[in-house]
Design a protein around this ligand. Structure first.
Ligand code: TXA
Ligand code: MG
Length: 315
């Protein structure tokens, strides 16, 4: 059921049930992070491998610091600047966080989502929420309540509707290794804004198979049709006679029907492109295309996060 009743969500979460919740990035599939039973059902509903750990969501930096064993100065600076917001910090975990949540890792991913409904929900709960994106494992993340209902509606007792997600790509995941700041997933906080605050960072590209390279299974966000990255006008002649869709930043092509073209931002606005990406991919997916040709955005700002999702859709 889709609704806006915080009380319904609270009651279910207190009983160790799972609820889909809005965030500014994507919708999450949330359960009590301190309850092994609730966490186990998140993995089950998503069909997610147990080795892929979950992000723990809370409502304030003060609470967040209780779930970490240590809070390095750089992490604190990032928290002060970007939380609540699309940033996830990977910190040494406090003993209270179950191993199931971190998939046995000594580090926990922590985030404060910037969405009024979910912030209010978190403030009224006396436990944090573990929440992966509310999609079946490997598929495109949901950016509306209806997206969640379309795929997981019959398995979730309640979907809290907070409208379409404002950012539209997942949080940026940042951790620290031997005094180095590492970005494990490009997301809603652009890399440039992080380096402006704390200096140079290492950006880790995703790996295909190593679950210890956190977060980062390569094939992901994948629609049903095969995705190929490159120059659309150059690639198109190679697919004559097939049902072709395109994903582009600004320009349409005269060679395809309008409904086969996802134009992310005619104005060339990265934030708009990020916001529209996943919903647009779902629409293309519904057309039963043979192939989707995707053109990368300039590698700057939120363009990097969009490109990362396009590359993973193509992997
Ligand atoms: O924006 C977001 O971060 C959304 C919303 C719902 O908050 N959540 C999200 O969760 O994208 P998920 O589970 O789809 O992606 C989280 C990523 C995973 O790839 C996971 O491997 C990584 O974060 N991760 C979580 N905990 C980790 C840990 N302890 N160590 C390393 N990586 C971790
Ligand atoms: Mg996900």
């Amino acid at each position: 059921m889709i609704g806006t009743a915080l009380s319904a969500a609270i009651e279910l979460l207190r009983r160790d049930e799972v609820v889909a919740v809005p965030t500014e990035t994507v919708y999450g599939l949330a359960g009590n992070a301190l309850s092994p039973r609730a966490v186990a059902s998140i993995f089950e509903i998503k069909n997610r491998p147990r080795f892929d750990p979950l992000i723990v969501h809370t409502s304030s930096v003060e609470r967040l610091s209780q779930y970490a064993a240590a809070f390095p100065a750089a992490a604190r600076r990032l928290a002060e600047q970007f939380m609540p917001g699309p940033l996830t910090l990977l910190l040494d975990k406090a003993a209270i966080i179950p191993d199931l949540v971190t998939a046995g890792s000594p580090r926990v991913a922590l985030r404060i989502p910037n969405h009024p409904l979910t912030l209010s929900l978190l403030q009224q709960l006396d436990f944090p929420l573990a929440a992966p994106s509310a999609n079946p494992f490997g598929y495109i993340s949901p950016t509306t309540a209806q997206h969640v209902a379309d795929q997981l509606g019959d398995q979730i007792p309640y979907i809290l509707d907070g409208g379409p997600c404002r950012v539209g790509v997942e949080s940026t995941i940042v951790g620290f290794e031997d005094g180095q700041t590492v970005i494990y997933r490009k997301g809603g906080v652009p890399v440039e804004e992080i380096t402006a605050l704390i200096g140079p960072v290492q950006v880790r590209e995703h790996s295909t198979s190593n679950p210890n390279a956190p977060g980062m299974l390569k094939s992901h966000y994948a629609p049903g049709a095969k995705v190929v990255i490159g120059n659309v006008e150059e690639l198109l002649p190679g697919y004559e006679g097939q049902r072709v869709g395109v994903i582009r930043f600004r320009k349409t092509t005269a060679k395809l029907p309008a409904e086969h073209q996802l134009i992310l931002s005619p104005q060339g606005d990265f934030a708009e492109a990020a916001r529209r990406l996943f919903a647009g991919m779902r629409q293309l997916d519904a057309l039963q295309l043979d192939i989707i040709l995707a053109e990368l955005l300039p590698e700057e700002g939120l363009g990097r996060a969009v490109n990362d999702r396009l590359r993973r859709a193509a992997a």
